[in-house]
Write a protein that binds this ligand. Structure first.
Ligand code: ZN
Length: 135
């Protein structure tokens, strides 16, 4: 892993959360992006090289909707940047962690992503992410 890339926070209402985090962090979000395949609308803030990703469900069966139903709003995942996501997934799998996907998928913010099951990571949902380069 190279660094903590962002912290994902599940919210019920993205517009309200954006306003609150703008007051809290002293800056505006720099982008809003919908990931239709995941059923989420995301918003990003940046400070000191780390991002905050707010996640709002866009449909009832979205993982974020189910998370909020079970656990309420709050920290949803920690995302770590890796140099080679395929290699990292294989390595973590061999080391006993449980990737939630067989292959990386496209996430928000121009990233390929993969999650590790929280039961293999002390209850913390961990996202591995790698910036998509080239065009
Ligand atoms: Zn994320």
């Amino acid at each position: 892993m190279q660094k903590l890339e962002h912290i994902g926070i599940a919210v019920k209402n993205l517009n309200e959360a954006n306003a609150l985090f703008a007051r809290l962090l002293g800056r505006e979000h720099y982008k809003i992006e919908e990931v239709a395949s995941e059923g989420v609308r995301t918003s990003f803030f940046e400070l000191g090289g780390v991002k905050i990703e707010l996640l709002e469900a866009t449909r009832a069966d979205s993982p974020i909707a189910r998370f909020i139903e079970k656990r309420g709003e709050g920290i949803h995942h920690l995302a770590f940047e890796v140099a080679d996501i395929n290699k990292s997934m294989q390595g973590y799998k061999q080391d006993g962690f449980e990737p939630l996907q067989a292959v990386p998928k496209k996430g928000a913010d121009n990233k390929m992503i993969c999650f590790l099951h929280p039961k293999s990571t002390q209850g913390v949902l961990v996202e591995l992410c790698q910036e998509i380069t080239g065009s």
